[in-house]
Design a protein around this ligand. Structure first.
Ligand code: ADP
Ligand code: ZN
Length: 603
């Protein structure tokens, strides 16, 4: 058992990180690691994984090496630790030889107990040799799913980490990830641990995030209308390609929004500046590919919009997980259309990896399609996927405005007939044209106007037929054959519907909406108007301090702490210390500056 009691751990939490209580799951993980067990922790982004290993690392007599895949992430973590008076070292490729050498010396001479490193650095023979003389008690592997080929983002440089358990048999292993299904979890545990590894799997629900899916039609118009309801808020718009990012960012800027474009094609200076601006300024919209987001610790992101379909359920959940980390309501909206599904499907099957891998990736994508097409609570569809029990949430579009499910067997039969009569040879656009009775060159060329199905659904709006077609694909009645350029093919279940042996129940298509239904605004923290002004002043002060020190703003204080300052207006050191987020180090660093600002405000 841990020799450190819970009250003692709480006291240390306050004196090191300034926090008053643990978040769900943290205490159990801290205790498990202090007991010397291996652990695999799967918790969503923003749940507070870092602290769960940092605290045991600080309390341990031995040293801890933390493997992290991203330079920016290491920099931010170390900056945040130092703000709390905790020394930590980091070695990575963006630092000079001298800086890396200094960091090593600090670690070797017991100036720092924590060392952040990339997997490549760690696994260099010289580094491994040097670490053997450093009484390393624990290895922490962040983004641990990267070690597994079963996982959502395998990285070859992670593979070598599986040697650690043999190279350092006395050290304990702690693996952290926000995303790992059952197979991936078992794989991570087997690769990193050979003792019994305790698995923590929890807290996937993020009730403050609202969930909605909108049809991807007239994307730019709908996006602008949607964003118009969110002026002044910070948010992310995710796009599939760099070109889309540049294009949408330009559109938003043209419409008077403040948008930044972010993707891997921009140089690193630009990216760093854009990221810093997003972290520190209010009301910016980051239009980005998935290159943006890892390690972003901005608490007050109020919305995450997907302008196109993410690659999998895992990716989607990780991306929306960046919203609302402060626990306040935040919106997530996904624009979904079949074209994107086909594009994603193409990317998987044209991509790298063996057939098995591709099929698994496709399953992850299908799970997301299930989410998009869900007619019942969307949160339940996510949580079920992550093995967590749940009930209807009341904070998703389907809960707030339940879709009507109706019998569309007749229309489905017409659609399937059209696919059948044209020889299962054409993609959805042509099938829609045929059903619509359109006069296109392709139709004339193939004499498709002579078919019985020609014009069969001419009375229904095209968007409605398209929605039904999409649902036929999503439910597996029709298959998109990528080898045949997206030709639609009828599956066995489709044939049953086509022959009237099975009914086709589907969501009643509705006129495209630009906004998702919303829950009545939840009560925010009670900050009155006067306090709001103080809150803004304190934010500006925080920004100035962060810029001066070249650290992220949240490393000075989180928004939640600033809100408390604005509400409580602490003027003595004792009062200041009461606020969640103020530890002794930050008290010393910031009391005078912030107290002066508060005093000035009170006048
Ligand atoms: P994860 O690694 O799970 O994505 P982090 O460790 O980055 O999440 O934590 C997210 C944010 O929550 C950080 O800003 C962190 O300082 C804050 N946090 C963590 N634990 C607590 C706590 N017990 N009380 C208040 N804030 C916390
Ligand atoms: Zn719901």
């Amino acid at each position: 058992m841990t020799t450190i009691s819970e009250p003692e751990l709480l006291a240390t939490l306050k004196t090191t990180f300034g926090f008053d209580h643990f978040r769900a799951g943290q205490l159990e993980i801290v205790e498990t690691l202090l007991d010397g067990h291996d652990a695999l922790v799967v918790m969503p982004t923003g749940a507070g994984k870092s602290l769960s290993y940092q605290l045991p690392a600080i309390l341990s007599a031995n040293k801890t090496v933390i493997v992290s895949p991203l330079v920016a992430l290491m920099d931010d973590q170390v900056a945040a630790l130092r703000q709390n008076g905790i020394e930590a070292s980091k070695i990575h490729s963006h630092q000079s030889y001298e800086e890396n050498a200094d960091n090593w010396l600090q670690f070797a001479n017991h100036g720092a107990k924590l060392m952040y490193m990339s997997p490549e650095r760690l696994m260099q023979p010289r580094m491994l040799e040097a670490l053997k003389h450093q009484s390393v008690g624990m290895f922490v592997v962040d983004e641990a799913h990267c070690i597994s080929k079963w996982g959502a983002a395998f990285r070859p440089e992670y593979e070598a980490l599986s040697q650690l358990k043999t190279l350092f048999p006395q050290a304990q292993m702690a693996a952290f990830t926000a995303t790992a299904d059952d197979a991936t979890r078992r794989d991570i545990a087997a690769k990193l641990s050979d003792q019994n590894c305790k698995v923590f799997l929890r807290g996937f629900d993020r009730p403050n995030l609202s969930l909605a899916v909108l049809p991807k039609e007239k994307l730019k118009d709908n996006l602008l209308a949607l964003l118009d309801t969110k002026r002044g808020q910070s948010g992310i718009v995710y796009c599939l390609s760099r070109k889309d990012v540049d294009d949408i960012a330009a559109t938003l800027n043209g419409a008077g929004f403040q948008a930044l474009a972010y993707h891997a094609g921009k140089d690193s200076d630009y990216r760093r500046t854009a990221q810093n601006r997003f972290m520190t300024e209010d009301g910016l919209i980051m239009v980005a590919t998935i290159a943006f987001g890892m390690g972003i610790d901005k608490q007050d992101i109020r919305f995450v919009i997907h302008a196109s379909l993410p690659s999998s359920m895992e990716a989607f959940y990780q991306e929306i997980g960046r919203a609302g980390r402060d626990g306040q309501p935040a919106e997530t909206i996904l624009f979904y259309g079949t074209q994107d599904f086909i594009k994603r499907q193409n990317m998987i099957f044209d991509g790298e990896g063996d057939q098995d891998f591709k099929l698994r990736e496709f399953k992850r994508l299908e799970a997301l399609i299930g989410y998009c097409e869900a007619t019942t609570c969307r949160r339940m569809s996510i949580l079920t996927y992550f093995d967590e029990a749940s009930a209807p949430c009341g904070n998703c579009d389907n809960c707030l405005d339940p879709p009507t499910v109706e019998d569309y067997s007749v229309q489905a039969q017409q659609i399937l007939q059209a696919v059948h009569q044209t020889g299962q040879f054409f993609g959805q656009a042509h099938i829609l044209d045929v059903l619509n009775g359109a006069q296109t060159a392709k139709i004339r060329q193939r004499n498709h106007h002579d078919l019985a199905c020609f014009g069969a659904l001419a009375d229904s709006p095209r968007a409605e037929v398209k929605a039904l077609l999409r649902q036929l694909i999503a439910t597996g009645a029709l298959r998109v054959n990528l080898e045949r350029y997206g030709a639609l093919e009828i599956t066995q279940s489709g044939a049953q519907i086509g022959q009237g042996e099975a009914a086709f129940m589907a969501k009643k298509p509705r006129a495209a909406k630009t906004t998702a239904p919303r829950k009545a605004a939840k009560t925010r923290q009670p900050v009155d108007r006067a306090d709001e002004a103080l809150f803004q002043d304190l934010k500006a002060l925080r920004l100035a301090l962060a810029q001066e020190k070249n650290i992220p703003a949240y490393a000075v204080f989180h928004d939640a702490a600033l809100r408390d300052f604005a509400a409580l207006k602490p003027q003595t050191r004792e009062q200041f210390k009461q606020v969640n987020g103020v530890g002794p180090k930050k008290l010393d660093l910031y009391f005078e500056t912030f107290a002066a600002a508060i005093k000035q405000h009170i006048g």
